[in-house]
Design a protein around this ligand. Structure first.
Ligand SMILES: CC(=O)[C@@H](O)[C@H](O)COP(=O)(O)O
Ligand SMILES: NCC(=O)COP(=O)(O)O
Length: 263
């Protein structure tokens, strides 16, 4: 069995900070806690709209991190210039839409191949290894190899959404995913198919000599499926870890404030 590396995505600490535009919670503290707690990598996404991570965060994290930094970025000239300047241990190219809630799907490696090829070459010129965040299909693995990437990160969002509709009572909440409102037996088949796609894409990517990571929407209930796919050697997980930390820390935080406000 290969070792599985955990990349901890700390973007959502910055989401909370940006809600007040004060330096609390401190992204560097999140990075130190991740490092002390056994993370193998720090993952951050410098979005074009700067909704969470800011340029100064990338700089501070690059200066202070004892762990490798995986910097996710869109194929945009200004962003790529910043990434080349910051020299992270790896850049992961991801698709971005300004109005999206989160990254919806992988890079379109077929229709945007010349832009992607240019970005890969530019990053390589700055000695930065490149991963492509792609949907789990054999064709995308083949194309990623042709485009010169060293690694792929399989977008597990579709898998995670189907899992949530099946097992997290999402269908009964106002966050229900309308496109997935189907009978359970259909969702079960869809989940099986999605896992098959992830497995087949991983096997093929490894055969092509690509390193294989996976991420997006992975959480405490669904991550075990990824552990069964031995070709995957890295998981990048963010939102669920930050969400879980609220409840592992909320009680202590209230008690501490209660002490300060008791006469
Ligand atoms: C590319 C990816 O999957 C992560 O960067 C994720 O997108 C982070 O969260 P946000 O989508 O909220 O920026
Ligand atoms: N690339 C995926 C990632 O970094 C984390 O995604 P999520 O766990 O926040 O959905």
């Amino acid at each position: 069995m290969c070792k599985m590396n955990l990349g901890v995505n700390i973007d959502h600490v910055a989401v909370l900070r940006e809600a007040r535009r004060v330096n609390d919670p401190d992204i560097l503290q999140a990075m130190f806690v991740a490092c002390e707690s056994g993370a193998d990598q720090i993952t951050i996404h410098l979005r074009e709209d700067r909704r969470h991570i800011q340029d100064i965060d990338v700089k501070n994290i690059m200066i202070n991190s004892k762990l490798p930094v995986n910097l996710e970025c869109a194929i945009d000239k200004n962003i790529l210039d910043i990434v080349c300047d910051m020299k992270p241990h790896r850049a992961t190219l991801v698709p971005e839409k300004r109005e999206e809630v989160t990254t919806e799907g992988g890079l379109d490696v077929f229709n945007h191949s010349s832009k992607i090829c240019y970005a890969v070459e530019k990053l390589h010129d700055s000695l930065i290894p490149v991963s492509l965040f792609v949907d789990p299909t054999m064709e995308a693995m083949q194309k990623s190899k042709e485009l010169g990437a060293e690694m792929v990160e399989l977008h597990t969002g579709a898998f995670a959404n189907i899992f949530a509709m099946l097992y997290a009572n999402l269908s009964h909440s106002n966050h229900s995913i309308k496109e997935l409102e189907l009978p359970r037996y259909k969702l079960e088949t869809m989940l099986e198919n999605e896992l098959k796609n992830i497995k087949e894409a991983s096997v093929y990517a490894k055969k092509l000599g690509l390193e294989v990571a996976a991420g997006h929407g992975l959480n405490y209930a669904n991550v075990h499926y990824m552990m069964d796919i031995e070709e995957i050697t890295e998981l990048n997980i963010g939102q669920s870890i930050i969400a879980r930390s609220v409840f592992s820390g909320l009680s202590e935080a209230i008690k501490e404030m209660k002490k300060l406000t008791t006469r």
